[in-house]
Design a protein around this ligand. Structure first.
Ligand code: ADP
Ligand code: ZN
Length: 434
């Protein structure tokens, strides 16, 4: 069985990858300088010229770009080539505010789809497979990215898009899908729906799932693997760099290989902007090495992670990133304590609750309120108030020991928290509206 989609690059030596990167960055910086006045301006302000960039080691001399720059330059300010050379736009999900738009030439799309193809092959995909893509199609990158990658591998592709879960299940069963692609929260929902319809995990033909676009915990992975009877792989990406497939997991399932021949990754201290050595936790920054339509240099993702160059048993040599340990902008500060939704999810699943919850933060009389609504499974749910209160108390203590502060827990009846078909909305922070 084919283990890699592009073995020559995916298993190239560190030196070979460096050489590819060095050649590309010199060209790319000049390209951006000549074609993107917005970025040339930033370079001039910093006193850097393309001549200063001789290898990827010099990337640290370049100015950063942030989502604010993208919003300021919206829509065409960061375009790298004439619109007539572009064939597509995609747009972010707008998780943290106004959407931004990215432009693609045909070459950009081919590169992106190849990255997704690498992810599918890493999850065991071959031309024998039936790939059910239930990420949203349209402006969101999830559907188009995995769809293109699946075509490149030669899989039979089911362009389902998200939603209509009964139809998803019908096609999954009738067409014997073997690989499922969607957000992890939707995968959990599909698993739950299959069980409700009386299917056991072994009744479906799925062997793997490729899940990403939102944070998910190891506990969530185990839950999904069990309910669908599959191996669940993580995939990471963002519209600004292309979409899913910037990094993907291999069979080792210990972090995602970054497609380093296309994206140069740095981890920085989010406060000072200083580049941190591998192994340290910080904000991920990407430089696209060969994009034409939307060629961002040193883009700050706000995703917090750790890079590792530890040898991987899969034979791939590209650097690995941990699962994003939260977005620096989805970290909540509640009563002065840093809280990430992923910590809450980990506690819930460890305590045996299903991954259906919502966090509500508000400010009343100048003091933060912190409530978590948690769904019970039918087996857990009880009419006896004392039983439910004891469960709430236990969960409150488990949260307190993980987070350092205790939320008010509300156990709610099965099926009362809305399911997500795309990116789940886990946090409602009403303080921002004040
Ligand atoms: P938005 O920033 O509006 O959500 P995108 O749809 O482009 O825009 O989503 C990209 C973001 O989604 C990433 O920056 C990251 O925060 C999140 N993301 C993508 N893949 C993963 C993943 N596998 N795990 C955790 N978060 C992810
Ligand atoms: Zn690997």
């Amino acid at each position: 069985m084919k283990r890699y989609y592009q073995p020559e690059v995916e298993t190239a030596s560190y030196e070979e990858i460096r050489q590819i990167q060095n050649e590309k960055i010199v060209k790319q910086v000049r390209y951006v300088y000549e074609n993107v006045p917005y970025y040339r301006n930033l370079m001039e302000k910093k006193g850097v010229t393309p001549d200063d960039i001789k290898s990827v080691d010099d990337i640290k001399k370049l100015p950063f770009l942030s989502k604010d720059d993208l919003r300021e330059a919206y829509p065409y300010g960061l375009l790298g080539t004439d619109l007539k050379n572009c064939v597509r736009i995609q747009s972010t999900s707008g998780t943290t505010g106004k959407r931004v738009v990215a432009f693609y030439t045909q070459k950009d799309i081919d590169m992106w789809e190849e990255c997704c193809a690498r992810a599918i092959v890493a999850a065991g995909g071959t031309e024998e497979d039936v790939v059910q893509v239930c990420y949203g199609y349209g402006l969101f990158t999830g559907g188009p990215g995995l769809n293109g990658g699946s075509h490149k591998v030669g899989c039979l592709t089911l362009p389902m898009s998200s939603g209509n879960t009964d139809r998803q299940i019908q096609f999954m069963m009738d067409l014997q899908s073997t690989i499922l692609c969607c957000t992890p929260s939707y995968a959990a929902y599909i698993g739950e729906s299959l069980a409700e319809q009386g299917y056991k995990p072994e009744d479906n033909k799925l062997k793997a799932g490729i899940f990403g676009a939102e944070p998910w915990t190891e506990e969530m992975r185990q839950e999904i693997e069990k309910s669908l009877g599959i191996k669940a792989y993580d995939i990471y990406g963002l519209t600004e760099t292309s979409g899913p497939g910037v990094a993907f997991e291999c069979e080792e399932q210990t972090g995602m290989h970054i497609n380093e021949d296309h994206f140069y990754a740095e981890v920085i201290d989010p406060k000072t902007g200083e580049v941190l050595p591998d192994g340290e936790k910080g904000e991920l920054v990407f430089t696209s090495l060969d994009k034409e339509g939307f060629p961002l240099l040193r883009y700050r993702t706000k995703d917090i992670c750790i890079l590792s160059r530890k040898k991987c048993s899969c034979g791939r040599t590209h650097v690995k990133m941990t699962k994003p340990l939260g977005r620096s902008d989805d970290m909540m500060i509640i009563r002065g304590v840093n809280v990430f939704p992923s910590q809450i999810e980990a506690v819930l699943l460890k305590e045996g609750y299903p991954p259906n919850y919502q966090i509500v933060v508000d400010r009343v009389n100048n003091s933060d309120t912190f409530d978590i609504y948690v769904e019970c499974t039918p087996a857990m749910f009880s009419d006896i108030i004392a039983d439910m209160q004891a469960k709430e108390k236990k969960l409150n203590l488990a949260m307190r020991s993980m987070l350092g502060i205790g939320p008010k827990i509300h156990l709610v009846a099965p099926k009362t928290i809305a399911r997500s078909e795309g990116k789940a909305v886990r946090v409602i922070d009403k303080r921002k509206l004040h």
